[in-house]
Design a protein around this ligand. Structure first.
Ligand code: GLC
Length: 748
């Protein structure tokens, strides 16, 4: 059914409902437990099961067609939640149909993927994470929540907290990269941003931590593929960001499509009931991913949908996204003793409590205020926040001979397939972001910045993937007359995000060939990248004079790129994920193990029998935590408050960071720790702290960190989460290659 038909249907329904509206009695709200207990005492089994059912409206398609006619299901009283319906009018109309057919007037919950903005779009979350600024992450989520809540959305399916070490996997664009510590901090900040101090506030929404769990470890980087790992790796690397969101008070979780060691997460009792709801004490509700219950059949874990429904509910899943399995089989499973009434009640209670916390029982239409929607969307402060986030997410990868920042008096030829793009610039999962003109393209950003139009020219030259060469000559001609060439290149937005894995992570199409033609002109060439994953940039890193990683920078992206290229913004971002030399190195990440035959590089006296490639260096092209600035920083005077840390002691680490260049700049000072010997092998180093700070040119700042034995814990040989006495090394610097080192001992 298309939206127009639906609205006509709804219109007649609305009249009916309207006529009844006068009967609506004001619900007297009692304390939550009392209210929900009373309500559940009146509910039939069918009404309870309906709360466990989510269908998709037809606003956005985010999975295989569900085939459900969601309006009819609502009219039959079969639905507790709807996803993919947005704006106050559409959600109001659907809610009215629901309340007209709900005996107990239980409101629907409206969910939507508000990942990095609702209408004002921020950089993709991988880019936001590159800011290494937790306030940026929180504010981006606050703005997203304010716009979504003003538009009838109660619940976002975010933050996505999947750690990933594999850029072939398209969904790296939605997460916080490869590191557990950084990812956990970002996850916590994003939940706080979405949910604020109270879910009753009209500018906050339920957050949803996804995808539980280890979805980012899909074999071969192929989406939805098998995940198999030790419990130690799962608990040490992949679970902490999820736990961080529980500590932040996240209201909901979403299970992942993948299996872990043979058990699909959607039916994984150990993962959901034992760890999430048991060990971690999670009190919110768990929704599956899109038809995740049904997919346990092709997984070979459920023999049919009824069995799949039993496995999901008994595992601790509370809501069925789009699969209609809970709707069709829960009562039968109850009658056959395969699920219990207590399991149904627990799931129902958790969902009703979330609706209560949002204030929906007091007023199901409190998020449906058209005036507030109009006043909230695209507020100037939101656009300013998006610009700031985009600026702070920029990562300068190369800047030979300080070709950047550009000078206004220079003649600059802007070329490349994304030079005037307003569609891809807001990235994938851009909710209701405007792809047809509202976003600021690079060309628009530059034109706002450079008043003398004779100084700049704009020619695409080539497309992103299409290999047509019609426009190359015009672009080369313009470039030949310029002092500097800026090539704005990258990927389509849909080359990353869901169902977007790739074996080839080079610049697509003939973009690299075009760069080679530009280079022949003998002018400095600056490459600006818009992409959702680490790319393999070996040739570019050799042949470009400067490289600026802009990610998909969002609604204000063109302004941010212009301000960065011309030095108004001094780039301060650092990579949240390793950029490999070759896709053959993947998975590649900084906190790897040392092995028994670590390769020490060209200086290694043993060049053959070492853990290395014969056709590539082991090192990445650009390491985790790497990023340049228009200025330079030097590190020195690393000091530890003690060389012996006692079991209940604290260790202060301080370092002096001097701005030795000609620009004020922000530096992300990073602290890494190595546990030299453990009852199991330990990574060569792990991020244990970071501090982003502004250091004016010529200024020296002393940055301090504090470590405690708790920061040194890991799952030992007996799977106990402990810190083991012994020697540790501390590294401090501006990337994971930091070599300023000291040592200490954790004593018994
Ligand atoms: C999709 C995605 C998930 C999203 C959900 C609802 O399949 O895996 O991240 O939140 O469906 O759109």
């Amino acid at each position: 059914m298309n939206k127009r038909t639906l609205l006509l249907l709804l219109a007649c329904t609305t009249v009916t409902v309207y006529a009844q509206k006068g009967k609506k009695s004001k619900v007297v709200i009692k304390p939550r437990t009392e209210f929900v207990t009373e309500l559940m005492g009146k509910m039939t089994v069918d009404e309870k099961i309906a709360q466990l059912v989510q269908f998709t409206a037809d606003g956005t398609v985010t999975g295989p067609k569900s085939g459900s006619n969601f309006i009819n299901e609502i009219k039959k009283g079969n639905v507790g939640s709807i996803l993919n319906a947005t704006n106050v009018q559409y959600t109001r109309q659907i809610q009215e149909v629901n309340l007209a057919n709900s005996r107990l007037k239980i409101p629907l919950l409206f969910g939507y993927d508000v990942i990095h903005g609702y209408r004002t779009i921020f950089p993709i979350t991988l880019g936001e994470t590159a800011s290494w600024d937790l306030n940026i992450a929180r504010i981006a989520s606050e703005v997203a929540a304010a716009e979504a809540a003003a538009s009838g959305v109660h619940w976002t399916f975010a933050p996505m907290v999947d750690i990933s070490r594999d850029p072939r996997w398209g969904r790296v664009s939605e997460g916080a990269g490869e590191d557990t510590y950084l990812g956990s901090k970002m996850a916590f900040a994003r939940v706080k941003g979405f949910q604020g101090n109270s879910l009753k506030d009209l500018n906050t929404i339920l957050a949803c931590t996804k995808h539980f769990a280890a979805y980012g470890a899909a074999e071969a980087g192929r989406d939805y593929n098998t995940v198999d790992m030790s419990e130690r790796l799962l608990r040490e690397t992949y679970l902490p960001p999820f736990k961080a969101t529980v500590d932040a008070g996240v209201a909901t979780f979403m299970t992942s499509f993948n299996e872990i060691a043979g058990v699909p997460s959607t039916g994984n009792k150990w993962l959901v009931n034992n760890i999430l709801k048991g060990e971690w004490g999670f009190k919110g509700f768990v929704v599956t991913d899109y038809t995740g219950i049904n997919e346990m059949i092709p997984h070979g874990y459920a023999k049919d949908e009824q069995h799949a429904g039993e496995l999901a509910l008994t595992a601790g899943v509370d809501m069925d996204m789009v699969g209609a399995v809970f709707l069709k089989y829960t009562k039968k499973n109850l009658e056959e003793g395969k699920v219990t009434q207590a399991e149904i009640d627990d799931a129902c209670r958790r969902i009703l409590e979330a609706k209560y916390d949002l204030g929906l029982f007091e007023d199901p239409y409190r998020y449906n205020d058209a005036k507030r929607e109009k006043e909230t969307i695209y507020k100037k402060e939101f656009l300013d926040a998006a610009l700031n986030a985009a600026n702070k997410s920029m990562v300068l990868l190369k800047n030979s001979n300080n070709v950047l920042p550009l000078k206004k008096e220079q003649k600059v030829a802007f070329v490349g397939p994304l030079v005037s793009d307003e569609y891809n610039i807001i990235g994938s999962w851009a909710a209701t972001g405007d792809r047809n003109g509202y976003a600021v393209s690079v060309q628009e950003g530059i034109n706002k910045f450079i008043t003398d139009k004779s100084k700049v020219s704009f020619n695409k030259g080539v497309e992103i993937k299409d290999t047509k060469r019609d426009n190359i000559q015009a672009a080369l001609k313009a470039a030949a007359n310029a002092d500097v060439i800026v090539a704005v290149m990258g990927e389509f937005e849909n080359q990353t995000g869901e169902a977007a894995s790739q074996v080839d992570i080079n610049l697509p199409g003939i973009q690299k060939e075009f760069l080679a033609e530009l280079k022949k002109l003998g002018k400095p060439v600056v490459l600006v990248l818009m992409n959702g994953r680490p790319l393999t940039l070996g040739w570019e890193s050799e042949n470009m004079d400067a490289i600026l990683e802009a990610w998909f920078p969002g609604t204000m992206g063109g302004d941010a790129i212009a301000q960065t290229l011309y030095g108004v913004n001094n780039p301060s971002g650092k990579l949240p994920m390793t950029f490999p030399r070759s896709v053959g190195q993947v998975p590649i990440y900084y906190n790897h193990k040392n092995t028994g035959r670590p390769y020490l590089g060209a200086s290694d006296p043993e060049q053959k029998y070492k853990s290395r490639y014969t056709d590539s260096d082991n090192s990445p092209l650009y390491e985790f935590g790497y990023g340049l600035s228009y200025t330079t920083f030097s590190y020195g005077n690393l000091k530890l408050s003690t060389q012996k840390l006692s079991p209940n002691g604290k260790l202060k680490v301080s370092v002096d960071v001097k701005n030795t260049g000609n620009f004020d700049g922000e530096e992300v000072v990073q602290l890494y720790v190595k546990d030299v010997v453990g009852s199991v092998t330990r990574p060569v180093r792990e991020l244990k702290g970071f501090n982003k700070t502004l250091i004016k040119k010529g200024e020296t700042k002393t940055i301090e960190f504090e470590l405690s034995p708790d920061d040194l814990r890991f799952y030992n040989i007996d799977m106990k989460f402990v810190a083991e006495p012994g020697d540790f090394e501390v590294f401090v610097g501006g990337s994971s290659n930091a070599d300023l080192k000291s040592t200490f001992e954790l004593v018994k």
